[in-house]
Design a protein around this ligand. Structure first.
Ligand SMILES: [Zn+2]
Length: 246
């Protein structure tokens, strides 16, 4: 993490004084009257929210007339063991910029805007009601390098403001895997197979609904791998969610 990212982690407000904030979408200087810290009101309207109709498993949007289609071809092929999946927005324009700044540039303050931004996606928010939110873990090596786990920060933020939701850091990554983005679809599940485990102290409650959270979903392989571990440990209902859809 570079110096500016570290400063943002320990004291974003101080940095704001030195370097005025600009909208991550259009680059305009943000004034205090704007509703968000990192996105101007104009750009909030540009976010491409994912709405129904979409794949019930991975949130992939469907276009045109639909009769009886509930899962996308990828999910039909993957046969995920999770029950449902939801995604907030497409990784496009401002949505992509938000995730990129959170994940690679250390601007974790963008999560302060999440409660306001997600007012635009009530269906997405209600998905987390009364659920236990479990972040996809980072390997210790990558966690040390980045300084934080973006999935854990997203899950923690959602758990703070969604009614009845709670946060539980139940999983560990047992081996470092090569990045999924460089791999073709067929190899992704194999790449993350047996890469996760529950922490020794994690105990599943089969009366609860768990939602595994990641920053981005593409084929769903990482989330599926985490889901299998939770199911094996005794969780009866596991869903998945991500902020962005790649
Ligand atoms: Zn799908």
């Amino acid at each position: 993490m570079n110096l500016s990212a570290r400063l943002r982690l320990v004291g974003g407000d101080l940095l704001d004084l030195l370097f005025p904030r600009v909208c991550l979408g259009c680059g305009d200087l943000l004034e205090s009257k704007e509703s968000c810290l990192y996105v101007c009101d104009g750009c909030i309207g540009q976010i491409r929210w994912l709405q129904f109709p979409c794949c019930l498993k991975c949130g992939q949007p469907f276009h045109g007339e639909l009769v009886g289609v509930r899962e996308c071809p990828n999910c039909v092929h993957l046969k995920p063991s999770f029950h449902r999946g939801r995604v907030a927005f497409l990784l496009h324009g401002i949505g992509q910029s938000l995730v990129h700044h959170l994940k690679y540039r250390g601007v974790v303050g963008v999560l302060k805007d999440l409660p306001h931004l997600l007012l635009q996606a009530p269906d997405y928010l209600s998905f987390f009601e009364d659920a236990v939110l479990v972040p996809v873990p980072l390997h210790t090596y990558r966690l040390r390098k980045r300084g934080y786990n973006q999935a854990a920060l997203i899950a923690g933020t959602l758990a703070e403001f969604v009614q009845g939701a709670s946060y539980a850091d139940l999983l560990v990554r047992t081996r470092s895997t090569s990045t999924q983005t460089a791999l073709p679809k067929e190899k992704r599940l194999k790449n993350v197979k047996n890469a996760f485990a529950t922490k020794p102290e994690s105990v599943m409650d089969e009366t609860l609904r768990y939602v595994v959270i990641d920053d981005v979903i593409t084929t769903g392989a990482t989330l599926e791998s985490c889901c299998r571990v939770l199911r094996k440990a005794g969780a009866s209902r596991v869903d998945v969610a991500a902020l962005g859809r790649g």
